[in-house]
Structure formats: structure tokens, C-alpha cells
Design a protein around this ligand. Structure first.
Ligand SMILES: [Fe+2]
Ligand SMILES: [Fe+2]
Length: 293
């Protein structure tokens, strides 16, 4: 990274991160318990939104689902953060990452805090963290440029998806103040990571574009679209449906994933990131388009 505009953006982000620094350990007033019967997640973000289940299930049942979908959402955050902590730590202060290293220190500190408060929430109110089922990183041992690019592209996709949920729940006044606050505090840090992530992904893709290796570009396009699809599917967790009292969780998952009413939700969740990746020429089309390239 050498461009002076990148240096300016980074300097601004570091200043902002320093000004808004807080301790995650004292930031929240953790309630002893949270009532079961309330919305733990905004109803329009539930995996059944728009389907017949949202109509047929009574409010109590939907609220129960919202509790476990909220715990699942925070569990996904924990696993996503673990991956990015590992990958960013691997690269900080190494050749090629001189410029963002100062920002990486803020990023690593913030993400460690996020992982802590998400885990607190899951363990205090759900007594569990759902296990990680994510797609393995498809790097290539011998191609460092490809590895760097894929790692930061995955991080960006993950952070953009999460931010879609955080933004909405952070301002949903029907949610408990603590649930709202956890989402809001996360969003308040994440916008910096997303600004940086976009710069970094653009920058790391440039040498790959210049190779004029169409087979490689097609492989990356395909992988990232599959990664977006897998991220979407992680929102449909059979363990969640079981905890919410569904008798046949796998059947429900399959039915929901096949329901055409869900497509517009998927498009909305990933709208910002797919637009960015398509505009950069990194992916050929949204994985949710019915037409394949
Ligand atoms: Fe985070
Ligand atoms: Fe982040």
C-alpha cells in the first residue's frame, strides 16, 4: 500500500478509533437475566420472515425463535472475529502491510473487545455459543498474493453482513436496551473496519487483476460467490430451530432455504457488499441473481 490517499484514510481512521476508544469490560450494564418473552432480534431479520411461519406461529413462538437466532448471530460474530484476529495478526508488521499496521493495532484491540462482549451475551443469556460451521479458507500455500486478497475479502463480506443486522437492531426501539446497545456499539466500531476493508480489498486485488490470468479471476469470483452463499446459509442453523422447539429442524431449514420469499431478504443482507464487489470487477454477479454468468 503506497497511495497517499490510503495513508490519509488510515490516519483519519486511527484518529477516530483513538477518540472513540472505550473499555468493553465496563461499557455495558449486564442485566442478571433477560425475559424469555420479548423480541431478542428484530422480527424482519428472523430466518422465517416473509414465509408462512411468520404468519402461522404465534408471537410467543416467534419470540422464542428470536432468542436463539440472536444467540446464533452473536455466535457467528465470535467465530468470524476469531478468524480475522488470526489472519490480521499473521500479517501485522510484515512486508506489504507496513502502512495499515498502525490501524491493525486498533482493529485487533477492538475485535478482541467485540469477541468478549458477544461471548458474554451468549453465555449469560443463552448458556451456549453455537459451534462454527463456516467454509474453510480456500487459500493456496504458494500464492501469497491470492491468500492476502482472499483473507481480506472474506473479512469484508463477513463485516458487511453483520453490520446490516447491527445497524437495524441498534435502532430498533422494540428491543431490550442491552440488545440494542450491543448491536449499536458494534456498528460504531465496524464502520471504520469496513472503510479500511474496502481500501484493502481493492488494493490487494490490483496485482491479481494485472496478471491477466482469467482462470484465476474466475476461480476467485466463484469462490467468493460461494462464500457469500455459505454466509447466508449460516443464518439458518438447525441447532437454533431445535432450541426453539422445532420438531424437525433440518426439514424447516431446507424449506426456508428453498422459499422464494427469502430471496429478497438475502439480496438486502448482501446488497452493499455485492454492489462493491461487482463494481470492482471482483465478482461477475450477485450469487442471488437468477441468471448465472
Ligand atoms: Fe467486530
Ligand atoms: Fe470489525
Amino acid at each position: 500500500m503506497a497511495a497517499s490517499d490510503v495513508a490519509d484514510v488510515l490516519a483519519d481512521l486511527v484518529t477516530d478509533a483513538t477518540e472513540h476508544h472505550y473499555s468493553p469490560y465496563t461499557r455495558f450494564d449486564w442485566a442478571d437475566t433477560l425475559a424469555e418473552r420479548q423480541w431478542w432480534m428484530s422480527p424482519e431479520l428472523l430466518s422465517v420472515a416473509g414465509t408462512r411461519y411468520a404468519e402461522e406461529w404465534d408471537e410467543e413462538r416467534l419470540m422464542r425463535l428470536s432468542k436463539w437466532e440472536s444467540i446464533n448471530f452473536f455466535s457467528l460474530n465470535i467465530h468470524g472475529i476469531r478468524e480475522l484476529l488470526i489472519e490480521v495478526t499473521r500479517r501485522i508488521h510484515t512486508p506489504g502491510f507496513e502502512l495499515p499496521s498502525e490501524f491493525f493495532h486498533r482493529f485487533l484491540g477492538e475485535e478482541n473487545g467485540h469477541m468478549w462482549f458477544f461471548a458474554q451475551f451468549c453465555l449469560r443469556y443463552g448458556d451456549r455459543i453455537y459451534p462454527d460451521k463456516s467454509l474453510p479458507v480456500a487459500g493456496s500455500e504458494e500464492d501469497t498474493e491470492v491468500d492476502h486478497f482472499l483473507v481480506f475479502a472474506r473479512i469484508l463480506i463477513f463485516e458487511e453482513l453483520v453490520d446490516h443486522f447491527n445497524l437495524r437492531m441498534g435502532r430498533d426501539t422494540t428491543l431490550h436496551p442491552l440488545i440494542r446497545e450491543v448491536n449499536q456499539v458494534h456498528h460504531d466500531d465496524e464502520w471504520r473496519h469496513i472503510v479500511m476493508g474496502r481500501k484493502l480489498v481493492e488494493h490487494l486485488y490490483q496485482p491479481l487483476r494485472e496478471r491477466a490470468d482469467e482462470a484465476l479471476r474466475a476461480r476467485l469470483d466463484d469462490y467468493l460467490r460461494r462464500y457469500i452463499t455459505a454466509s447466508m446459509q449460516s443464518l439458518y442453523n438447525p441447532a437454533v430451530y431445535r432450541d426453539a422447539g422445532v420438531a424437525d429442524p433440518y426439514v424447516l431449514r431446507k424449506e426456508l432455504l428453498r422459499d422464494p420469499a427469502r430471496t429478497r431478504y438475502h439480496e438486502t443482507f448482501f446488497k452493499r457488499i455485492t454492489k462493491f464487489l461487482v463494481n470492482q470487477g471482483i465478482i461477475s454477479h450477485s450469487p442471488f441473481d437468477s441468471v448465472t454468468a
